[in-house]
Design a protein around this ligand. Structure first.
Ligand SMILES: [Zn+2]
Length: 327
């Protein structure tokens, strides 16, 4: 008899569902749209519907379900299983998301921050499988991060640790939405790389991307890389700036945690070697000389599924931690 934990990854556009066995085998995932205009009760109803549909598709009986892990953006009260607020989805304030889902399904629930869940997914089943200590950075709208040390997700004393996107890497630098200046995500997230390029073009610098702005359009980090490949100097400078700050962050991560691996995830990593090569070059140059670099920097193996796999993994770890250790 197979036993499963169910993972639910709540995003601003989709909710993803998947099963994870104690042998770390994950099922095909199911995805439903997030009902962003129906408040907390609409979101919980959609989560209940998705969990039931997932169990039916895979012919999983409730008695075979150990528990349900939810990965969600925050801020969250992890101990109480409550959403404090969710900027992308109105009406989620003070929602008892964990217990409402658990009571509807009839199995215990666990709530985890989505970036931590994604890191734990990579640690259990993806790029971090061989690692003991692993740090993940997800380059998207902002920079999400998760830290897994000796098999444990690091939360910090107040549940707000592992926010590496808000590590200050440029004192007195650009103002961040969090209120600090010079945060990592202002320098290397996909969103801010594109915004930085736009600002420089609007300031009068020449670039092949200027036409896009002139016609009222927007471009992405992918467009910057393509322009860079075609010889655009401004695009090359912006791309290299992102790689430089990421490498700087990786050096700092090494000095604090000395992890086996730093895993990079998110849309920008689709650039492959175009991103990895300059990061590695800056990393080797910035790294201290006391030892050779021993931490490896790799790309995510699970991609968009890391969050749902990790949410299920967090449920295993919280409800039956010994089960995962037996393989
Ligand atoms: Zn910040």
């Amino acid at each position: 008899m197979s036993r499963w934990c169910i993972g639910v990854d709540l995003g601003g556009t989709f909710i993803k569902f998947g099963l994870l066995g104690a042998d770390r085998q994950a099922s095909e995932t199911l995805q439903l749209p997030t009902p962003v205009n129906e408040g907390g009760s609409g979101v919980v109803s959609q989560m209940v519907a998705g969990v039931r549909q997932l169990m039916e598709t895979h012919q999983v009986d409730l008695t075979d379900v150990v528990g349900i892990g939810i990965g969600a953006p925050g801020p969250l009260d992890l101990a109480e299983g409550i959403v404090i607020a969710m900027p992308n989805i109105p009406g989620m304030e003070n929602l008892r998301i964990r217990d409402q889902l658990a009571e509807a399904i009839g199995r215990p629930g666990v709530l985890e921050n989505d970036a931590n869940a994604a890191a734990y997914g990579e640690y259990l089943c993806g790029a971090g499988r061989e690692a003991r200590d692993m740090v993940m950075l997800t380059l998207g709208t902002g920079v999400g991060s998760g830290i897994v040390l000796d098999g444990q997700v690091l939360h910090g004393a107040h549940g707000i640790g592992a926010e590496l996107g808000h590590m200050v890497i440029e004192p007195g630098g650009e103002l961040c939405g969090c209120g600090q200046r010079g945060c990592l995500e202002r320098y290397c997230s996909a969103t801010y790389a594109a915004r930085h390029a736009a600002t420089r073009i609007e300031g009068g610098e020449a670039s092949s991307l200027a036409d896009v702005l002139a016609s009222g359009g927007e471009f992405t980090a992918k467009d910057i890389n393509e322009a860079r490949r075609a010889g655009d100097e401004l695009a090359a400078a912006v791309w290299d700036r992102s790689a430089y700050y990421l490498a700087l962050a990786c050096v700092n991560v090494c000095r604090i945690f000395d992890p086996d691996e730093i895993v990079l995830a998110g849309g920008m990593t689709r650039a492959g070697d175009d991103l990895m090569d300059p990061i590695q070059a800056h990393f080797r140059r910035l790294h201290w000389s006391l030892t050779d670099p021993m931490t490896t920097i790799v790309f995510s193996a699970l991609g968009d599924n890391a969050g749902v796999v990790g949410a299920a993994g967090v449920a295993w770890q919280s409800l039956e931690p010994d089960a995962l250790d037996q393989i």
